[in-house]
Design a protein around this ligand. Structure first.
Ligand code: BTN
Length: 341
């Protein structure tokens, strides 16, 4: 814990004034250093009152959704994920940040979290609009010592982690919110029986060194407390806040997602497949039992999605009665016949 985090912890625990001298003695730093840390905390959004001869006091705040290094680090309970953790109020793309950090030798587990992106990247070369309206943009660095075809599996694990963290959130009274996974890696929500809408997207990038994986970046964008969407995505997008009927603490949602990710990824690494995670993934798979259109450019077909294989392919039973097919991520798109899912 650094000095800033320790000062914040003291203020939170006390709930009252803590004298500057007390903080100096505790941390072994000067009054100027304490004051500089207080200023930094204020910049991060903490309302801290300073009163001569009484000290500093953290005021109660309406806004319980501060996203910054302190709030994230204080909630992460992981062993290797988020070590190091980097928080940025604004960046171009957290995926690009990770690629650069990887080039500088940053270790596996390096995590970048941002509140806003100016050049967010989506799948299929699209942009990921990343306003600072209470969302989360984050990317992790992995250096898997496995074959290149595992990349689609790590993407599924990321989706599963967000899904599991989402299940811990309670909806407001009278709101029936169902979260799910749209294969392979969109997290979706349906409210009071309405159609599923997307609230999280994942972009995984892999770089190779001859036949070996050099690094893998998984980038996740979550619509958390955003309430208005641009025209293009208005009909298909939602946010955790709109789905649940209340604002969500982003630092907590982020930390819980990575707790799950670390646990699930370690299971996957041991098994070298998704077999230990298949049941829980399928329990959230909203395509399951539904008609899907597999948009294979050569032979598109319609069938019923039945589940996933141990390596993450979607199992689809074609409507024409032919043998079940295994659809690989990245190769084809899958659309719901009755809508987005
Ligand atoms: C999609 O198109 O569904 C995937 C969107 C992925 C967006 C995230 S936001 C954090 C990370 N940084 C990026 O530039 N993109 C990913």
């Amino acid at each position: 814990m650094n000095n800033r985090q320790e000062i914040l912890r003291q203020l939170k625990e006390s709930g009252d004034f803590v004298s500057g001298q007390q903080l100096c003695d505790l941390l072994g730093i000067s009054r100027t250093a304490v004051w500089k840390n207080i200023e930094k905390l204020r910049e991060e959004g903490y309302p801290i009152e300073a009163v001569t001869s009484r000290g500093y006091r953290l005021l109660p705040t309406e806004d319980s959704d501060l996203l910054n290094y302190e709030e994230l680090a204080g909630r992460l309970h992981t062993k290797w994920v988020g070590h190091p953790l980097i928080y940025k109020a604004e960046t171009g793309s957290t995926n690009n940040d990770i690629l650069a950090l990887s080039d500088q030798g940053s270790p596996e587990g390096t995590l970048v979290v941002a509140s806003r992106q100016t050049a967010g990247k989506g799948r299929r070369g699209r942009a990921w609009i990343s306003p600072s309206e209470g969302n989360i943009y984050m990317s992790i660095l992995l250096r898997p010592q496995m074959k290149a075809d595992i990349v689609s599996m790590v993407t599924l694990i990321m989706a599963l982690s967000v899904y599991q963290a989402a299940l811990e959130l309670e909806a407001a009274e009278g709101v029936d919110c169902r979260f799910g996974i749209k294969w392979p890696n969109d997290i979706v929500a349906s409210v009071n029986g309405g159609s599923y809408r997307k609230l999280c997207g994942i972009l995984t990038e892999m770089r190779m060194e001859e036949m070996d994986i050099r690094d893998v970046v998984i980038g996740t964008g979550l619509n958390v407390n955003e309430k208005h969407f641009s025209k293009e995505i208005q009909e298909t997008a939602t946010s955790f806040c709109l789905a649940l009927g209340h604002d969500v603490n982003r630092a907590l949602l982020t930390a819980r997602t990575w707790d799950y990710f670390e646990e699930d990824y370690d299971k996957f690494r041991k098994a070298q497949s998704l077999s230990p995670l298949k049941d829980i993934y399928e329990s959230g798979l909203v395509n399951r039992g539904r008609l899907v259109r597999v948009l294979d450019p050569r032979t598109p077909f319609t069938g019923t999605a039945e589940g996933i294989t141990d390596t993450g392919e979607l199992i689809v039973r074609p409507q024409d009665g032919s043998e079940e097919k295994f659809v690989r991520t990245g190769e084809v798109s899958v659309r719901g016949v009755m809508g987005y899912v």
